[in-house]
Write a protein of this length. Structure first.
Length: 210
């Protein structure tokens, strides 16, 4: 298995990053699936998505989990049967799985120019008001996006929009920041974000309680 990295975020949290380079047939031979997982796999159409689905199960197998140990709640949040928290993300052929004793969210994204076009939809930060190079603008916007996505997953309640996740400003070369999840009702929740660069083209964000 091409496991690119095992990242120890802290003593309770590990992230496993894998590239789905095997053929679909190879992956199917290397993992066992529960009946529910077989049904989920059959509903997935793109081959890359099928391979990423199987790569997640391969990472779980590597960590001693059996078929069926991973389930999903009504909001679609993944759950492990041993009480640990899990978060899953993929972008193109890259897969990231975070396993923690604490609430956790992970997101991985390919850096793309499209984040400049859609930035007004997810951040008040205005790229046109900066002197940063275009590459740094794309870097920062990808980091903001991944931070929000990871926080959404860590929060896990589904009653918020992306604009209710507030990201503390940072520089494109920073490795950490903080976020506040501010639902319409009730108190906000605070989290810390760790950023990592993968293969130059990908940004990964991990979100844990502050």
């Amino acid at each position: 298995m091409l496991l690119l990295d095992t990242i120890n975020v802290d003593k309770n949290t590990q992230i496993y990053v894998k590239k789905s380079v095997e053929s679909l047939e190879e992956l199917q031979q290397e993992v066992s699936l529960s009946n529910e997982e077989v049904s989920r796999l059959e509903q997935i159409k793109p081959e890359t998505d099928k391979k990423n689905f199987l790569s997640v199960r391969k990472i779980l197998k590597m960590n001693g989990y059996a078929p069926g140990d991973l389930t999903y709640n009504e909001q679609g949040k993944p759950l492990l049967n041993d009480g640990k928290y899990i978060s899953i993300s993929h972008s193109r052929d890259m897969v990231a799985v975070a396993i923690s004793k604490n609430e956790v969210g992970v997101d991985i994204e390919l850096k793309q120019d499209r984040f400049i076009q859609i930035s007004p939809k997810f951040t008040p930060w205005k790229p046109e008001n900066t002197s940063l190079l275009k590459s740094s603008i794309v870097q920062k916007l990808t980091m903001i996006w991944t931070a929000k996505e990871a926080a959404y997953k860590a929060y896990g309640k589904g009653d918020i929009t992306i604009n209710q996740i507030l990201v503390k400003d940072f520089f494109p070369n920073d490795t950490k920041t903080k976020v506040k999840v501010a639902p319409s009702e009730g108190e906000g929740s605070y989290y810390r974000i760790s950023f990592m660069q993968l293969e130059d083209d990908f940004v990964l964000a991990c979100c844990l309680p502050a």
